[in-house]
Design a protein around this ligand. Structure first.
Ligand code: ADP
Ligand code: MG
Length: 704
């Protein structure tokens, strides 16, 4: 039995109750899990500060002194308690809001305690709110030992005596027991070449560093390792896909594709579209995929760059080769719109296609199911209704997924269960992928880019205005409507379930009704609480130009294409992330007219908020915006919504380790070239660790 897999409950000072909390709050259940909780910063515990000199809210203090004067405040039931912490320099107030009952007998007069925590300023006085306090033991292993890690903790953990100081002690205890049993996972040659320290040193030094140099070398080693295994995984997935997973052979460019290209193309393709549709897709499918590999391609193109037509042409290619194709969109509105585009662009061609969403009527649905099963239905467009198990394809050859960041990885994988040979997959996204992410999150995909907008587009002009400038905004809206244009007004509804958000939208809507009265003006409204039918109805009124103003939540964020809409007003814009703002702005600027995006906020903005507004006003370049977004938010959140299958790293940081990642990737490529199956004796530990790491995870090799 591996000592590192010992349950944390067995560690001295933990026990079942604390173990349960650690599991719930941090997902820690074994010694190894605990060791993988790395400090996020360090403090110098060798120093004991003085109460009289506390003057900074941003640092941790360690004091030694006595506690007296515990007072309960609030009657009849106390809501707060205060106490006085005194050392030889003076005293400072301590405040508690929880666990009050228990406080009364907690501190013994005259006994010395160690207080540890951050100070808060209150009315020019400093105090400590819920600091960690324990009896002072001059032989305490954590005092006087140089640097001590500060760990992630939660309120609940602290309530149960699991503050950062305790965690640090537990780490030390574990290390004392298992240090010798921490295995090396990287091959010797790699360690030497990259001047990494041994793994067990790294674990020791990250938790109990003697100095900053130790922190640095431990961090580097652990980051290297984490990125290395991740790269190995990505690369092996790719290898596996290329070698083991069979792909349908598309080797015909036939009448569907050529007929459309010659006779029905609605506009000349941009060079970028041509490159993707003709060179990449046709040539590469013929070359690579003609030989029987599965395509797993990411099609990246900024909002409005014209990904839809490319999708359409690739689908025609599938049809030319006797296969069915499907196009999945994240929302009903978007699926409907794609369907309408197909209806328009394929109207003179003899192709059988249908729309399948959650609100497709049963009779219609049955017909579609039957057509897909017997192969007479050639193309189906829809929402996630497409991946329900009831949907059976005769021979699905291609699955296109639009606006990929809205779908979880598992959902995509469902397509693979539908056929023996997985369909070629094209994932379309408007979210630009910064360089390091391209090597990691998407490291096993092939990427095509549409890096050019259709001709005649004027860049959207973006302005940031304040709430109190309503009159000017209104006059501007009237002027645009007089020119025949349409306007979106978007409210943040981060969770459609939140009432305050709905109230803001409702109030905004009513104010607009007042400023833009019928019959001269017509408004429509669209949000997540409407039924799918009502949403469609409202959306349709806007598409048909029966309404000039669409008041909406972010339900309109993705993909909606209404070229006559030229103004995007975003209320409370500071509540949106950059990539979401960019997506929203992408709803305008789709026709030949000058378009505008107006970001409305109040005067109070965070530093982050200011950066976001400034970035939006200064560039239309999705790539640049994605880079800033990554800087502000970190990679976990780029792409808007939380995404399942997102990589969670323990210590590696996709944003900050930009210099390390290419290096690691190269090393991983080299190792795999030498030992693709990881069976050489010198890679034994590496293989073991690899298996352990990825045993439970979903099989990524199947998906894009
Ligand atoms: P996105 O990449 O955001 O999905 P769409 O495919 O919806 O973009 O295209 C945006 C708009 O640009 C649509 O109205 C589409 O008809 C138009 N469009 C696409 N390609 C071209 C082109 N080559 N020339 C002119 N208009 C185009
Ligand atoms: Mg689109």
């Amino acid at each position: 039995m591996n000592l590192l897999q010992t349950k944390i409950a067995y560690l001295k000072g933990v026990g079942p109750k604390k173990a349960e909390i650690l599991q719930k709050e941090l997902g820690v259940s074994t010694y190894q899990d605990m060791l993988n909780q790395f400090p996020f910063r360090y403090i110098d515990r060798s120093q004991i500060q003085k109460a009289a000199y506390i003057n900074d809210e941003s640092v941790y203090y360690q004091l030694v002194g006595t506690i007296s004067n515990i007072k309960m405040i609030g009657a009849p039931r106390a809501t707060r308690a205060t106490g006085v912490f005194t050392d030889d320099s003076g005293s400072i107030e301590v405040v508690w809001f929880r666990g009050l009952k228990w406080l009364k007998n907690r501190f013994k007069p005259g006994v010395k305690y160690v207080l540890f925590g951050k100070a808060s300023e209150f009315n020019h006085n400093y105090n400590f709110v819920h600091p960690e306090i324990e009896e002072y033991d001059p032989k305490d292993p954590l005092i006087g030992e140089g640097l001590q890690g500060v760990y992630n903790t939660t309120e609940k953990m602290k309530d149960h005596g699991l503050g950062t100081r305790t965690i640090a002690k537990l780490q030390k205890l574990i290390l004392q027991q298992v240090y010798e049993y921490i295995p090396e996972t990287l091959p010797k040659a790699l360690i030497e070449e990259n001047q990494l320290i041994p793994r067990r040193y790294a674990y020791y030094e990250i938790h109990l560093p003697a100095n900053n140099i130790e922190i640095q070398q431990a961090t580097r080693r652990l980051k290297y390792e984490e990125h290395f295994f991740f790269q190995l995984k990505m690369l092996r997935n790719k290898m596996h896909r290329e070698q083991a997973i069979k792909g349908h052979v598309f080797n015909v460019v036939g009448d569907y594709f050529n007929g459309f290209y010659k006779n029905h193309l609605p506009f000349p393709l941009t060079n970028a579209q041509k490159r993707v549709a003709q060179k990449r897709v046709i040539k590469e499918i013929r070359k690579d995929l003609g030989s029987g590999h599965q395509m797993n391609r990411l099609l990246q193109g900024d909002v409005g760059s014209g990904k839809t037509i490319v999708a359409l042409m690739v689908m025609l290619l599938a049809l030319d080769n006797g296969f069915q194709a499907c196009l999945m969109a994240p929302t009903e509105i978007l699926a409907t719109q794609h369907f309408a585009t197909l209806q328009e662009q394929l109207k003179d061609m003899d192709i059988n296609f249908a729309l399948l969403t959650g609100s497709t009527k049963i009779a219609e649905r049955k017909k579609i199911y039957a057509g897909l099963a017997d192969g007479t239905m050639q193309i189906v467009v829809g929402t996630h209704a497409l991946i329900e198990s009831k949907v059976v394809f005769k021979n699905l050859g291609l699955a296109i997924i639009d606006e990929q960041h809205r779908f979880g990885v598992e959902q995509r994988a469902k397509f693979y269960e539908k056929t023996d040979i997985p369909p070629h997959t094209l994932v379309m996204t408007a979210t630009p992928i910064p360089r390091t992410l391209a090597m990691t999150q998407y490291g096993d995909l092939d990427v095509s880019k549409i890096d050019e907008l259709p001709p005649g587009r004027k860049p959207v002009q973006t302005y940031h205005v304040y709430n109190d400038d309503r009159y000017r905004i209104m006059m501007f809206m009237k002027q645009q409507i007089a020119l025949g244009r349409q306007i979106y007004v978007v409210y943040p509804c981060i969770k459609e379930s939140e009432n305050t958000d709905m109230i803001a939208l409702q109030e905004g809507y009513e104010a607009l009704l007042h400023d833009f009265p019928e019959p001269q003006y017509k408004l429509c409204v669209c949000h997540g609480r409407l039924s799918a039918e009502d949403k469609d109805f409202e959306m349709q009124r806007f598409i048909n130009r029966n309404a000039q103003i669409m008041v909406a939540t972010t339900v309109i964020e993705v993909g909606v294409n209404i070229p006559n809409a030229t103004v995007m007003i975003i209320e409370n814009a500071n509540r949106f992330g950059l990539s979401q703002l960019h997506q929203l702005r992408g709803r305008v600027g789709r026709g030949a007219d000058q378009s505008y995006c107006i970001l409305v906020t109040d005067h109070k903005l965070t530093a982050d908020g200011k950066t976001r507004m400034k970035t939006m006003c200064s560039t239309n370049d999705g790539f640049e915006i994605a880079e800033v977004d990554l800087e502000l938010r970190g990679p976990g959140e780029t792409g808007g919504t939380r995404q399942s299958g997102q990589i969670e790293m323990l210590i590696g940081d996709l944003q900050k380790d930009g210099a390390l990642i290419p290096q690691v990737r190269e090393a991983a490529i080299k190792l795999l070239a030498d030992d693709p199956k990881l069976i050489k004796p010198e890679n034994r530990m590496l293989r073991e660790h690899y298996k352990e790491l990825f045993a439970q995870t979903f099989d990524w090799s199947q998906i894009g």
